[in-house]
Design a protein around this ligand. Structure first.
Ligand SMILES: C[S@@+](CC[C@H](N)C(=O)[O-])C[C@H]1O[C@@H](n2cnc3c(N)ncnc32)[C@H](O)[C@@H]1O
Length: 179
């Protein structure tokens, strides 16, 4: 009796995981993770400070936010559209002991203007198509002074003020001070 139940649970988990992968791909960006060294480099480039809020658009397993909290004493908000990675991120944040500092929100980041407005730093690891699609919304929605770091690909219509390689990083700042 034990084995059939075990395999049924395993099959359900695998099914849930596969459906979640498909949702990520349909949303435009599959779940591939930044490496810890790359994330740290990005936060150093952005001069992330203690108490600042990092919003990770498509937070995957929550790795970048956990690192932001542990190494930079920052707070975090992660938005994730894939149910599997949303749950995984919540579990990882809980076991990292960072539930007070990191909030994981389920849904499409293109609709999370409220979360984006709270950011001191937006962390984005996405693909060019999505980056182009959200560019004007993102720069219009963030508060003046907010930094935006894109891993891998630049924005089309804004000029980064700092860059790095390995991984490719593009750092921007919302300059809409007169809004
Ligand atoms: C390339 S991974 C990056 C994960 C994490 N930010 C990192 O750097 O390790 C992109 C993540 O964004 C999620 N995603 C893609 N489109 C999304 C959308 N529109 N709203 C929320 N999450 C999205 C995917 O499910 C995936 O987990």
């Amino acid at each position: 009796m034990f084995y059939p139940i075990f395999f049924l649970i395993l099959a359900l988990i695998l099914f849930f995981w596969q459906i979640s992968q498909i949702i990520s791909v349909l949303a435009g960006v599959p779940a591939v993770y930044s490496r810890a060294e790359g994330i740290e480099k990005a936060f150093k480039l952005a001069k992330l400070e203690s108490g600042q809020i990092v919003v990770d658009l498509g937070c995957g397993n929550g790795k970048a936010l956990i690192l932001a909290a542990k190494k930079f004493s920052a707070r975090g908000i992660g938005v994730e559209i894939s149910p599997f990675y949303y749950l995984l991120a919540r579990i990882r944040v809980f076991f990292a002991g960072e539930s007070k500092n990191i909030q994981i929100v389920f849904g499409d980041f293109r609709k999370k203007t409220g979360e984006v407005k709270k950011a001191d730093l937006i962390y984005l690891y996405s693909f060019p198509e999505t980056i182009n699609e959200i560019e004007s919304w993102l720069f219009d929605s963030t508060k003046p002074g907010t930094k935006i770091i894109s891993v891998g690909f630049p924005f089309k219509n804004h000029k980064s003020f700092k860059t790095a390689t390995h991984p490719a990083l593009f750092l921007y700042q919302n300059q809409n001070f007169d809004k």
